[in-house]
Design a protein around this ligand. Sequence first.
Ligand code: ADP
Ligand code: ZN
Ligand code: ZN
Length: 820
Amino acid sequence: MKYANVILPLPLEDSYTYRIPPEMEKAVAPGCRAIVHFGKKRYYTAIVLSIHERPPEAGFETKELYALLDAAPVLRRPQLRFWEWIASYYLCKLGDVYKAALPSGLKLESETTVTCNPSFETALPLRPNEQTVLDAFAGKPKLTLSEVERKSGIRNVVPVISSLMARGAVEISEEMKQGFVPKKQAFVRLPELYHREEKLREAFSELKRAPKQEAMLICYLDISHALNPQLSKELSRKELLERSGYAPAVLEGLIKRGLLESYEKEVGRLQVPVCRLEQPASLTEAQRIAYNGILHAFKSKEVCLLHGVTSSGKTEIYTHLIDDVLKKGRQVLYLLPEIAITTQITGRLAKVFGDKLLVYHSKFSDNERVEVWNKLLYEKEARLILGVRSSLFLPFKDLGLIIVDEEHENSYKQQDPAPRYHARNAAIVLAGMHGAKTLLGSATPSIDSYYNATSGKYGLVRLTTRYADCLMPEITVVDIKELKRKKIMKDTLFSPLLVQKINEALENGEQAILFQNRRGFAPATECRDCGWAPRCINCDVSLTYHKHDNRLSCHYCGYSVQRIYTCPQCRGRDLKMSGFGTEKIEEEVGRLFPSARVERLDFDSARTRTGYERIIADFEKGKTHILIGTQMLSKGLDFGNVGVVGILNADSLMNFPDFRAHERAYQLMVQVSGRAGRREKQGTVVLQTSQPEHPLILMTQQFAYEEMVKLQLSERSLFRYPPYYRLITLVLRSRNEASLQEMSSLYADKLRTRLGERVLGPVSPPITRVQTFHVKHIVLKIEVTAAIAPVRELLDHIHTDMRQYPPFKQLLVHYDVDPV
Ligand code: ADP
Ligand code: ZN
Ligand code: ZN
C-alpha cells in the first residue's frame, strides 16, 4: 500500500497522509495536485509532497486521494524544497506557504466544480446512485461538489463522482482548463514560398498596380525582418496596421493574393508590444568597472551588493548581466519591492529582452498569473521574470541570477498573513538552491546588507558617479522652527525658499516633487475646549481627516466616519486639525501655484494599477508639473526633468519609535532627493525640519552614507540589534485584554527560564490595539551565530506548554522572524 504526504492550504499541520488508490499509483508524483477530502464536508486541492509506504500510526484512519488533477507535476522539486525552507525559517506551516505561493487559479478549494460530459454514452448500465448524480445536473453543465450533494441527496457523493469520473461521465479538472482562458491574437506572416528571392520579386511585380499593398508589404518586411532568420520576429495584424498606417482593406488585399497569411496564436496578456529589440546600452567606463567588479565578486561569493548612487545606471548594469545569463540559457529573476515601480522598468527591459520578459505580480489577474506559471513550467526558452516578492514561488527550473533591486526596501518583507518572509533574504536562499548568484542593488543599502558586504560575506561594488556626469543634487536645509518663531511661516507648510525654488523650476519648464510621508489631509483632530479627539473604535489610533471624501478614517483597519463639526463631548464647535498629509499639501499648492498642474501619488490616489500608471506616465510626459506624494515617490523612479524636490517635514520620519527609524529616514530622504536633477543639470532639494542640527540631517545633506552606517552600527551593537542579533517577535493578540496581559507575562517568563536575557517583554507595540485586538509583543534577541533549529524546537515546546492554560485559547499567536 502506498501513501502520499500532501500539503493542504491550512495552517494546522505541515503535511497530511492519504492512501493512494491502486489505479492512481503510477500517476501520482511529488508536485502534482490532488483533490482530497478533509474535515466534515470540505474538499481541497492538495499538493503531493512525498510518496512512501509507511502506514500512519495505528488508530489513524487514512482517507484516499480522491482525484488527481495533473498528469505531470505543477511544482518542481526545488520549489518544494524552497517552501520547506520558508516554513522552517519563518516559523510557519507549509500550508501557509502553499496559500501564498500558488496563484488561486491553480487552487481548488471546497467549491470544486464538477463538469458533466454531455456526450457520455455507456453500454454498461449505471448504478442507481450514479444515475441519481447524473440526473442532479438536469441540463446544467457544471455544479460544485456541494451542489451535487444537495441536489442528489446523497451524503457522501465523492465515491460516486469518482466512479463516474472513471467512466468518463464527469470531469473534475475541467474547471482548471476553463478557468484559464488563453488570449488569442491574429498575426500575419509571409508564406514560406516567398522567402525565395525570385518568388518575392515576382510578387512585387504583381503589385505594381496596387501601390498601397506594395507599400504595406515593404513595411511588413521592414518591421518583421522576415527574410533574416536572425532578426525576424512575429508581427501582429494590429501592429502592421498601426505602423503602416493603411486601412484593413489593404491588408485583406494582400491576404487574398496569398502574399501574406493570417494566423492565430495564443499570446500572453503580459506582453509589452515591442517593435524592434535594442542592444543593451553600452556601459560607461565607471559602469564597466562596476560590471567587471560584480563578475569578479561572483567568482568567490554567492551574493554581491551593488552600492550605486541614484542615477548611476544600476539598471543598465543589470541589463548586461541579465543578457549574459539568458544567453547561457538560464533563467533570471528580477525582484522589485513594489508593484508601483514595475511599469517603468518593464518598459526599459522589454526594449532589450522583448517577449523573453515576463511580468508577475499580485495586481495581475489570476489568468495572467497562471499564464506565467505555465510558461515557466512548459516552455523551454530561458526567461527573465520581473516581479514582486511572490514571484519567488514560481516554478523555476534553472535560475542563473536573481537581482534584488532597491534591496533596502521594507516592502520586501511580507507582514500579514504568514508566511512572513523577507523576499531579499529568501531570494539568496533560493538562488543558492539553484546554484545561482544574487545581486543586491541600492543607492542606500540596508545596514544589514552593507554589514554583510563589508564583513566579507558578500562582495561589494561601488558606483559613485551619476550617469553623464550629472551632479548629485544640492540639499538645502531649512529650519522651520525658526521660521515659525519669526512668524515668517504662519499657516503654511512652505518655507519661502521652497516657494521660490518651485517658482523658478516652473518658470524654467521643469517639474517639482513634494514629499510627505503621510496621506490624507490631517492626521489628528482635537476639540480646543475639552481636548476630545476622534479615535478609531477598533484601533488605538487617531483618525485621519480625508478631504476627498470628507471623512475621518483609520489607516489600520479602514474604519471611517463622516467629518465631525461639533464635539460630541462638550458640544463645542472649535475642532482643530493638526499635522498634515499629502491632501493638505495639494490644497496649498493649488493656492500658491494656481497655474501648475498638480497630481497626488499616494495609497488613496493610486489604488489601482492603472491609477498609478497614469499618474506616473503623466508626470514622465510633463503633463503634470508638480507631483505630491508619500514614500511611493522614493522607489527607483527615473524622471528626467525634476528641478526641485521638497521634503516638507523630516521630523516625523526621524522621531518614529523604532530602532531602524534613522536608517529608514536617511534612505527615504536620499531616495526622494535622488529624483532631482537627473539629466544635464544639478537639482535642488529643500529639506524642511525643526531639527536642522540633527546629525542625521547633516549626513543626509552630505550623502554621508558610511558615516550614517557607522553611527547606527555602534548603537545597534550596544543595544543588541541586527545585524549583530537576530530578532524574533512573538506577536500575541486578543480581544480580552486581561487574558492577554496575564498570558503574555506567563509566556515571557517561560521563555526567560530557557533563553534568559534574550527575552524582552512583554512590551506594548506603538499601537496597542489594532482591528479590535489588543496586542503585546515578546521580543527575542538571538545571537546570529546560533542555529535556528534548536530555537524553533524550544519555541514549539513552550507554545505547546502554554496550551494547558485555558485563557491561552483566547489568544492568537504568531512569530515574526527578522521583523522590519
Ligand atoms: P539607477 O538605476 O542607478 O538609478 P538608471 O539605470 O535608472 O540608474 O540610469 C539613470 C538614467 O541614465 C536612465 O535614464 C538611463 O537610461 C541613463 N543611463 C545610465 N547609464 C547609461 C548608459 N550606459 N547609456 C545610456 N544611458 C544610460
Ligand atoms: Zn469638546
Ligand atoms: Zn482602526
